[in-house]
Design a protein around this ligand. Structure first.
Ligand code: CUK
Ligand code: CUA
Length: 638
């Protein structure tokens, strides 16, 4: 009996263990201890790479260290950020202006770092906004948003924002077909009438300033993602589409009927030549152009009202369609510029087109008809090969320097490494769970730094401690230096990580330790010393020219303010040491705090509603006397 009981106990124990193993999903992908060293950056030491990870519906861009996965900063781009005062202070509010008015939120998807000769140059990072179509430029010196340009004639600026190999252009394509210009018309007349424009935004090589050079009027095929040619294919842009059916309602026709959709090949060099000769028409379109002035420490917003539109059918050789199965999501060009990978998200295979074959097919007119007078190239004539059944639901591909490609599979939740030339799968690793994009630093350029791969996952489920009904999204890091990929780290992300851009840390570390020079501050309300601080009344407006330095404000006792006044705090941080911000806020103010960097001036408005003597204080711990950094405003009756 005793033995029998022991046996029973043992068996139930075994079941328990097995049962636990099945439930304890967060052991999936667990590593042996030695792998942990790969992510370990000892205290005081720096990461090898910067990772700029899009915040998706947070509208922001977060900065991580790779390989540690440590979060350094969230750069506010399309959404207000009360931590930094972005979009709350008077200086940055104009950055969020649009032709629809002030829009304090955005959906940020694809960051891309500027390039020179097809290599990362660390000047700027660009990122698109999907919802109210916009593109932003962020300085990699200050890690601040310096410019936001609205994209007119667009709806769902998803096919965006990727740079050509000398950052000549940032390309922004429309996801949704819409009437252009917008007008009141029946939705069922979509077919043939709705358009999807692709915009070429010219980048000034000195200042970075963006301006729309031309927009290409394209059919409303739902342009999903663009990828520039590079090296030999520099001068071309490849853009995937997923709705050549021109379906407008998934309840009737769906966008997955056609066996093949298209990758559009746009010869932008050719279009450029024609535009220089006067091709295209100016079209009325309202859009905001918001630029940060670093001298004045102020953004200005200008509403423009026309844009140059080009019909590609007027320019011979400007546009071709490459048939690609089935609703390709990403279309990615390898570092040599020869291979164009179509990730047909409803397919089990990957389609690889050849740039050389494409040129040959164009020259020999190997066409299979036309769509809206645009030649469709013969599939066999442009196709290099098909990688059969590497996984389910391919979305995005990046590359290394060794002729390998890495593709994410959303449905089978894995990253697959494969060789481009011989179309053979080399390795596959599960990710947790349902990966979207992946990123290899420089994987979008001629020179990838193929040591790490970041997989950005849509679903976290059981990877972390639960946090109520919503759990964070997640990224996972792989070491790809060997033949096999090795996963070594999970880390949570801010918002949904659609895509990321990475670069070696030493490209940025020196120049990004920037201090704004107080002498060069041309803000209209700057004070350059404590002696210049003052309070000026202009009718119902009170302007406080305030200074802050460790650890006091000047003035710090303010009287003469009345209920009903509009009080402007123009606050200058007089510090000239690296990393010594001060903060300020006011009780009941309808704004956020200001967190002011050394040498900077920022403004917020306070409209006191009650009489009294109201304190204010520094919101950022700045010295041993931080708690003493305070002041009072006396508010008297009207
Ligand atoms: S998208 Cu999110 S997984 Cu916006 Cu580039 Cu493909
Ligand atoms: Cu200044 Cu705390």
């Amino acid at each position: 009996m005793k033995i029998f009981h022991k046996l029973l106990a043992l068996i139930s124990c075994l079941f328990l263990v097995i049962g636990c193993g099945n439930q304890g999903q967060n052991n999936k992908g667990a590593l042996d201890q030695s792998m942990a060293e790969k992510a370990y950056v000892p205290p005081g030491q720096h990461d090898e790479f910067y990772g700029f990870i899009s915040g998706g519906f947070s509208g922001q861009l977060s900065v991580y260290g790779i390989p540690s996965g440590r979060l350094f900063r969230v750069i506010p781009v399309f959404s207000q950020d009360p931590e930094k005062g972005y979009g709350y202070n008077e200086e940055t509010k104009p950055m969020l202006n649009t032709s629809h008015g002030f829009v304090p939120w955005g959906d940020a998807h694809h960051p891309d770092i500027s390039q020179t000769n097809g290599e990362l140059d660390g000047r700027w990072v660009f990122i698109n906004e999907n919802n109210t179509p916009r593109v932003a430029r962020i300085s990699l010196e200050t890690f601040e948003t310096e410019e936001i340009l609205e994209i007119p004639n667009s709806a769902g600026n998803h096919s965006s924002a990727f740079v050509t190999e000398n950052t000549e252009y940032v390309v922004c394509g429309t996801r949704f077909g819409v009437p252009v210009p917008q007008r009141d018309m029946p939705i069922k007349e979509y077919k043939g009438n709705f358009k999807g424009y692709v915009s070429f935004v010219k980048v000034d090589q000195k200042t970075g300033e963006m301006n729309i050079a031309f927009q290409i009027s394209m059919p409303g095929f739902n342009w999903d993602l663009p990828h520039p040619g590079r090296g030999k294919s520099h001068g071309w842009m490849f853009v995937s589409s997923y709705n050549t059916e021109e379906a407008h309602s998934l309840l009737e026709v769906n966008a997955s009927q056609n066996d093949k959709d298209f990758i559009a090949a746009i010869n932008w060099k050719k279009i450029e030549e024609y535009v220089a000769k006067g091709a295209g028409k100016m079209q009325k379109a309202k859009y905001a152009h918001n630029v940060w002035n670093d001298k004045k420490h102020l953004a200005t917003s200008e509403i423009k009202d026309e844009v140059l539109v080009v019909d590609p059918r007027d320019i011979p050789g400007a546009l071709y369609f490459l048939p690609t199965p089935k609703s390709p999501h990403g279309c990615d060009v390898d570092p040599t510029g020869e291979y164009i990978v179509g990730n047909g998200k409803l397919s089990a295979s990957l389609t690889v087109h050849s740039y050389t074959k494409m040129l040959d097919a164009i020259e020999n007119e190997k066409f299979d008809g036309e769509a809206y007078d645009i030649p469709i190239l013969n599939f066999e004539a442009v196709n290099y090969g098909v990688l059969e059944k590497p996984g389910l639901g391919p979305l995005h591909t990046e590359f290394d320097t060794r002729g390998n490609a890495y593709t994410t599979f959303f449905i089978s939740s894995e990253v697959v490494k494969w060789n481009i030339k011989n179309l053979q799968v080399i390795d596959r690793k599960s990710v947790y769970y349902s990966v979207g994009h992946l990123m290899i630093p420089g994987g979008n350029s001629r020179k990838p730094f193929d040591k790490y791969l970041v997989a950005m996952n849509k679903i976290t489920k059981d990877r972390y401690l639960p946090t109520g009904p919503e759990v964070c999204q997640s990224a996972q890091l792989f070491d790809i230096s060997g033949d096999k990929m090795e996963m070594f780290l999970d880390f949570p992300t801010i918002g949904e990580p659609h895509y990321a851009a990475g670069c070696p840390a030493d490209l940025l570390t020196k120049k990004s330790q920037k201090i704004f020079q107080l002498e060069e501050n041309e803000h209209p309300y700057v004070v350059k010393s404590q002696a210049e601080s003052k309070v000026i009344r202009e009718g119902k407006e009170v302007h406080i020219y305030m200074s802050m330095i460790r650890s006091h404000f000047s003035p710090d006792n303010i009287e003469g303010v009345k209920v009903g006044d509009k009080v402007f705090f123009h606050v200058t941080n007089l510090e000239q040491d690296y990393d010594v911000p001060h903060g300020i806020a006011m009780i009941g103010a309808n704004t956020s705090e200001l967190l002011i960097m050394p040498g900077r001036t920022e403004t917020f408005i306070w409209e006191p509603k009650q009489v009294g003597v109201w304190p204010f204080y520094c919101t950022d711990f700045c010295s041993a006397l931080h708690q003493e950094m305070q002041g009072y405003i006396r508010v008297s009756p009207e």
